[in-house]
Design a protein around this ligand. Structure first.
Ligand SMILES: NC(=O)c1ccc[n+]([C@@H]2O[C@H](COP(=O)([O-])OP(=O)(O)OC[C@H]3O[C@@H](n4cnc5c(N)ncnc54)[C@H](O)[C@@H]3O)[C@@H](O)[C@H]2O)c1
Length: 283
């Protein structure tokens, strides 16, 4: 979509990190905003920052849990009631849990898969029919470098983000077959500084963390925290790249170029057929 002025952006995970920055970039492009997050105060903060930069900004928000189909149906209804449309849908909310795979609990799987995979699936299910009806639109799914290459300790997260890449590629092919004027972008960043290191802050009580804090799990958490907080590209820069990809109808976005070399190295490991590709090898 070349011109975003006056169009409607729907952004999940808008109460923090990348979702907040995407909201600001979309507002700066003159878009109307429909924000969703489980974190209502976080969204209030996002709205305050947007209105500080542009008091005329037009935005609505709703507390949603993206893992629940009925919540995303309500978000789609809000977009329709407020603006009569949705044009660019950012399925961005995401959480992370880590540790050796055999220590993960059923609740860990349900929580991370619920937000990272079902959240994207429901965004597509509830909004793509609207985009098709309008005859224009774009879907942006936030995956990760973890959707391509697997670091130890991130089993559930890695699986969920591989699913997001698969869903995005398949969605783009389905839309091509349907000859629809609806674009798709899949965002695949490596680590960048946000509050994802404290993702547990918004974990629901019914899926509470009951896994023991083993030494291996502690080490993994420390490594991820360090890598996230020392990420060299900011959420704001990634948001700019992502919105530019919508404008240029670009499918893959790799803000960290080194990830493409790792994907190549993984393909070579597959070619050799001997050992699993090790993202951490040589570090
Ligand atoms: N920060 C990184 O290093 C990194 C790297 C690659 C990909 N990502 C992805 O970027 C996306 C944004 O994450 P971030 O880094 O900005 O983290 P963040 O924690 O700052 O923001 C995530 C937002 O998602 C919201 N959220 C959590 N569970 C939710 C639910 N059930 N329903 C609705 N909203 C929910 C949180 O409240 C929060 O506002 C995620 O999909 C994440 O996996 C992040």
């Amino acid at each position: 979509m070349k011109n975003l002025q006056g169009k409607v952006a729907v952004i999940t995970g808008a109460g923090s990190g990348l979702g907040r920055e995407l909201s600001k970039v979309c507002a700066a492009r003159g878009m109307q905003l429909v924000l969703g997050d489980v974190d209502q105060p976080g969204m209030e903060q996002t709205l305050a920052e947007i209105r500080e930069a542009n008091p005329q900004a037009d935005a609505v928000s709703l507390r949603v849990d993206v893992s629940k189909l009925e919540d995303i149906q309500a978000l789609a209804a809000l977009a329709r009631e407020s603006y009569g449309a949705a044009h660019v849908v950012f399925n961005n909310a995401g959480v992370s849990a880590g540790g050796p795979m055999w220590e993960a609990t059923e609740a860990d799987w349900q929580w991370v898969t619920g937000v990272n995979v079902y959240g994207v699936a429901w965004g597509i299910k509830c909004f793509v029919p609207m985009l098709l009806e309008q005859g224009e639109g774009h879907v942006v799914n936030t995956a990760s470098a973890a959707g391509w290459v697997n670091a130890p300790g991130g089993g559930i997260y890695n699986a969920s983000k591989h699913a997001v890449v698969a869903i995005s590629e398949t969605l783009a092919l389905d839309l091509r077959l349907a000859e629809a004027n609806v674009g798709v972008t899949v965002l695949c960043p490596a680590f960048f500084p946000t509050a994802i290191v404290d993702a547990e802050r918004n974990r629901p009580d019914e899926l509470a963390d009951t896994a023991p804090m083993s030494e291996a799990r502690k080490l993994h958490q420390e490594m991820v925290r360090h890598a996230v907080m020392h990420g060299r590209i900011s959420a704001q820069e990634i948001a700019e790249m992502t919105v530019a990809a919508v404008e240029n109808d670009q499918f893959y976005v790799f803000p960290h170029k080194k990830i493409k070399q790792l994907i190549q190295a993984r393909a070579e490991a597959a070619e050799r057929e001997q050992d699993p590709f090790d993202t951490m090898a040589g570090r």
